[in-house]
Ligand binder design. Sequence first.
Ligand code: 5GP
Ligand code: MN
Length: 329
Amino acid sequence: MINNISLKEIGKMLQDAESILLFPHENADGDALGSCVALCTTLRNEGKRASVYVGEKPADYISFIAGDCCVTENLREENPDICLCVDCSEESRIPGRLNAYNSGKVRLTVDHHLATGGFGDYYYIDEKAAATGELIYDIIREMGAEMSRPAAEALFVAISTDTGNFRHSNTTPKTHRMAAELLEAGIDRNRVMVELYENVDLRQLKVKAAALDEMEIFAGGKGAITRVSRDMLDGAGASDEHGETVIDMLRDIKGVEIAAVLKEKSDGRIKVSLRAKSAGRVNEIAAKFGGGGHVKAAGCTLEMSPEEALETMKREITHSLEGISGGNK
Ligand code: 5GP
Ligand code: MN
């Protein structure tokens, strides 16, 4: 945990402000968008001008929670009282929006990624929180605001997606208690589950099939790696977001401890997704290449050829697996 302000103080600052602009990280996931939408909705209910300044259109699978909260550059508030960066605490993850963030009279950050330093004027970064949504939940409670149904739904999405639907090791009794309260706020649980998990786009499955075809198992069965190339996406009529769940398929394989997916971006860079199942520590691998994240879910971006990226990651993962007790037998 690193913080120079409490959640109670953040709640008070928000209550004292008139205009608030919220910043999810680029390619916002369920936690980033859900946390922002929940807070935005609550702040509006409290009579404030609030919006979520997004880097791009929300991904299809979470767009059902966005409501009318999201704005882009030309519609955003100028010099808001508060700019709040949500679910990230690094400038590199709000590219193109950094000037807007810095235009806030006060700059805040609420996050749960391991961080080496603070970001903004005031920050609250708790890596033990399963999702930033948990911290936003506490802030809404500290504000003394009512938990509306749309806010509860957005927070439920935040918490469900960042915990792998309450499966990952970051899930705590507190996570379940919050989820219970959010359900009591009257959310349509079945709708949320269908939207998030039973609504798979066929293009996503086609990308998975192509990626599975190229997968390599290495390090005695403990490593799994594949790539999502532009050709694979084009072949499936898919876009980047359709390759995002390939990593889960690899991690779920019996015996695999560390999985990696190399995603070729349209600018030629390679975005790496890393996951560990039990004892692996993939944040350490990502950090070597300027990335970061959590112990069991991390990422980085490589500027090298696909072949070089593949060899580099296999080498790093093998090395990391050797460091785990029992070695890589
Ligand atoms: P994903 O593989 O889903 O893109 O990312 C997994 C986790 O690693 C997420 O929590 C995400 O925030 C973090 N992450 C992914 N890429 C980067 C990166 O380039 N830098 C940092 N600091 N974190 C990243
Ligand atoms: Mn998160």
